[in-house]
Write a protein that binds this ligand. Structure first.
Ligand SMILES: C[S@@+](CC[C@H](N)C(=O)[O-])C[C@H]1O[C@@H](n2cnc3c(N)ncnc32)[C@H](O)[C@@H]1O
Length: 269
């Protein structure tokens, strides 16, 4: 693959994640970085898979709640059960905008989605939510007078500054009408020792994202002020409305991913 703006020697979070999920779209540098992640976080593969399973369950829950428009931020490389597949199976009229800032993701997403009239791909950066929301592709595909499901899955942990992360969530929430939902998943370090956390930081410091940070439940809860947090709350993704084939929930000391879904109420809660 020879793409402008892509240096295959620099690992990317999207391709490391693809490797962890058993995908095929990664370079040697990504595989090396992913293997280093696995050394520090041996359950990283299980967490990645459980995060994708959370995506499916959360999207289905949003469809059941009446949401037909999805804004998938940091969509990642297409894999099995992408948002439009899950949503359109339940409600064929569902529309999805996939957003990412990684050129490799954008090329693959466009190739996969070219034939689906309900889906589009927008190149945009999460760090500028106002520009992202005003992107012509986003505005052309979604009707913000109707509920929108905003998905922030395994992306906010690449925004290390707490104030910036809060600002991003607030700016994304701003235009959403009642009945809209936010679905968020985010890594936490469990009781990972300081040197392993530091290793992770160094490792992601060398990726094109440039950083990674784990956060606590309380830090994530602060983003949801004025929204209605749906049951079962902020929980390990494996424990968010698990189905028959559920994945084991990591122990509290193990690194993991928290998942949550919150609704924009008709009046501020
Ligand atoms: C770990 S993947 C998660 C993919 C998918 N959301 C999921 O949960 O399965 C993170 C994605 O976020 C994208 N990303 C990271 N920082 C971003 C930013 N500032 N703006 C847009 N996309 C970003 C990466 O390129 C990558 O595709």
């Amino acid at each position: 693959m020879d793409l402008p703006g892509v240096d295959p020697s620099v690992p990317s979070a999207a391709r490391i994640y693809d490797y962890l999920l058993g995908g095929k779209d990664h370079f040697a540098a990504d595989r090396e970085a992913a293997e280093a992640v696995l050394k520090s976080v041996p359950n990283a593969r299980q967490n990645a898979r459980a995060n994708r399973a959370f995506l499916s369950r959360a999207v289905r829950a949003l469809v059941e709640a009446g949401v037909r428009q999805f804004l998938d931020l940091g969509a990642g490389l297409p894999t099995q059960e992408n948002v439009h597949q899950v949503a359109q199976r339940a409600a064929p009229d569902s529309r999805v905008v996939y957003v990412d800032n990684d050129p490799v993701v954008l090329v693959h997403a466009r190739a996969l989605l070219a034939n689906n009239p309900g889906t589009v791909v927008a190149p945009a950066d999460l760090r500028d939510p106002v520009a992202l929301l005003n992107h012509p592709t986003v505005q052309g595909h979604l009707d913000f007078t109707q509920p929108v499901g905003v998905l922030l899955l395994a992306i906010l942990h690449f925004i290390p500054d707490d104030q910036e992360a809060s600002r991003i969530v607030a700016e994304l929430r701003h235009p959403l009408v009642p009945g809209s939902h936010l679905a968020i998943s985010h890594g936490h370090p469990g009781e990972l020792t300081g040197d392993l956390v530091e290793k992770g930081r160094e490792l992601y410091g060398r990726t094109r994202q440039g950083a990674v940070v784990g956060r606590t439940r309380a830090e994530m809860a602060a983003w949801l002020e004025g929204l209605e947090l749906l049951a079962p709350g902020i929980v390990p993704v494996q424990g968010w409305h698990p189905e028959d084939d559920f994945d084991p929930i990591p122990g509290p000391a193990e690194p993991g991913v928290f998942g949550m879904v919150a609704r924009v109420p008709s009046r501020e809660v």
